[in-house]
Design a protein around this ligand. Structure first.
Ligand SMILES: NC(=O)c1ccc[n+]([C@@H]2O[C@H](COP(=O)([O-])OP(=O)(O)OC[C@H]3O[C@@H](n4cnc5c(N)ncnc54)[C@H](OP(=O)(O)O)[C@@H]3O)[C@@H](O)[C@H]2O)c1
Length: 291
């Protein structure tokens, strides 16, 4: 495909590099300033300003941040008469945000990498193997699926009206797991243990969850009904890491519900409310996050 990328940031840059590596032709890179020179140099293309005419292309990837999509779609629509189709990369935003381009005769859709892309170098390496949520009309979706496969991604279809839910699920899977790890980090540090020691166990637990089933993979005192251990854990957290008490109760209750251990509710009732003071572990302690 001949591809134009508009918005040479983390996601746009990652996709541009991955598509080029897969043999696609990058025929244009557009930004609103010239700060992405390194990426342009790496790709061997000239960085143009958004608002300059678009070249003949099969696909324009509108990779600006979600809030800027309406404005940029409107800017591009009179400039895209030689472009066949467009996608944006937002997991939450409706395809309809590209209506100015659809009205200008382009196919429109969205192409959302279900992956975290921290920058174009690491992001382009993380794309192969990742899933990509595709929302588009049937024919255009089929072409976008081929594009995804060509760069080593695995396409999945997402209905436009369920995008926000799909995106929220991705947020739970990625960010809420990270949030739970922040709680664990604080507790490990208060216990005098390097949080990095948890890494092999966490990686195995995540692998087990996907291999065995999310509920089936649960282990630990809650799932086996070891109520005395659960009671001692709550006491220890309240005593030595009180800023995690509320989060520990919330996660204990959730895990008990998922494991079908209604008896844990009794332990939580006996333990009472978390001790006063902070209700979250707060900022990462000196020494930064775990590796
Ligand atoms: N990064 C990820 O992990 C990831 C994963 C999946 C999907 N996405 C999606 O990818 C899209 C881009 O996200 P990102 O993380 O790549 O963001 P980003 O790194 O901030 O890059 C956004 C790009 O858009 C440009 N831009 C921002 N506002 C603009 C405006 N008003 N007019 C013109 N250009 C503008 C930025 O230019 P400046 O440098 O001048 O600000 C930058 O080149 C979003 O829809 C996001 O949901 C991101």
């Amino acid at each position: 495909m001949r591809i134009v990328v508009v918005g040479p940031g983390r996601a746009g840059g990652s996709l541009a590099v991955a598509a080029r590596t897969a043999g696609h032709e990058l025929v244009g890179l557009y930004g609103r300033r010239t700060s992405s020179r390194l990426l342009a140099d790496h790709l061997g293309v000239r960085l143009r300003l958004i608002g300059e005419p678009l070249p003949e292309a099969d696909l324009v990837v509108v990779a600006v941040r979600d809030d800027a999509l309406p404005e940029v779609a409107a800017t591009l629509s009179p400039l895209a008469d030689r472009v066949r189709g467009a996608v944006h990369l937002s997991g939450v935003t409706s395809v309809r945000v590209l209506d100015p381009l659809r009205e200008a005769g382009l196919e429109t859709g969205s192409f959302h990498p279900l992956q975290t892309l921290p920058g174009w170098e690491a992001g382009s390496r993380a794309l192969p193997g990742a899933y990509v949520g595709i929302t588009a009309s049937e024919d255009w979706a089929t072409e976008l699926e081929s594009l995804a496969r060509s760069i080593g991604c695995r396409p999945i279809r997402v209905a436009d009206e369920r995008k926000a839910l799909y995106h929220a699920a991705g947020g739970v899977a990625a960010n809420y797991v990270a949030a739970a790890l922040c709680v664990a980090e604080y507790m490990f540090r208060e216990a005098g243990v390097d949080p990095a020691a948890a890494r092999p166990m966490v990686e195995q637990a995540v692998a087990n969850a996907f291999d065995l089933g999310f509920r089936e993979a649960l282990t630990g005192p809650i799932s086996r009904g070891d109520l005395g251990t659960v009671r001692r854990q709550i006491e220890a957290v309240d005593r030595h890491a009180p800023a995690a008490s509320e989060a520990f109760r919330v996660l204990t209750r959730l895990t008990a519900e998922l494991a079908g251990r209604v008896e844990v509710e009794e332990i939580l009732r006996e333990a009472g409310r978390p001790p006063g003071g902070s209700t979250s572990p707060g900022p990462v302690p000196e020494g930064g996050g775990s590796s």
